[in-house]
Design a protein around this ligand. Structure first.
Ligand code: PRT
Length: 107
């Protein structure tokens, strides 16, 4: 089960996406589509990497927050949730590295 703060943010993301409000960043991302949202995740990932290498802890935390936020938007647009990600990670617990690599190759 996700942290309540993640659950609340996911709920807000779904509500803002459904609202289509002109002042909503989430709604604007949804209107641009999955490709644009995925692009933003890539940009935020790059900014997180740069902050990790050249920045301080506060800058890394800030960029990581942008990354997680955009990942939650991407998951929501695809009808998935962070709980689904946690379930996937839990499935991998106890699997050996080899077993896990094999399971990822299955169709
Ligand atoms: N957590 C966030 C959050 N984190 C980051 N951001 C936005 O993500 C954007 C990232 O900055 P960038 O400079 O990379 O992007 P940009 O230049 O603004 O946009 P592009 O033109 O590059 O696409 C900024 O506009 C931030 O405001 C967020 N926007 C919204 N939320 C949450 O989502 C909720 C709903 O937001 P609205 O949809 O705007 O109501 C808010 O209440 C917040 O809780």
């Amino acid at each position: 089960m996700s942290d309540p703060r993640i659950i609340r943010l996911e709920q807000t993301i779904r509500e803002r996406a459904a609202s289509g409000a002109s002042d909503s960043y989430v709604a604007s991302l949804f209107s641009k589509g999955r490709e644009k949202i995925a692009q933003k995740v890539g940009e935020e990932a790059t900014e997180t990497v740069i902050a990790a290498v050249t920045g301080n802890g506060e800058q890394l935390t800030s960029e990581a927050a942008d990354l997680v936020f955009h990942l939650l938007v991407l998951l929501a647009e695809a009808g998935q949730s962070f709980d689904d990600v946690l379930d996937k990670l839990a499935q991998r617990e106890g699997m050996s590295g080899l077993d896990e690599k094999a399971s990822r190759r299955e169709p």
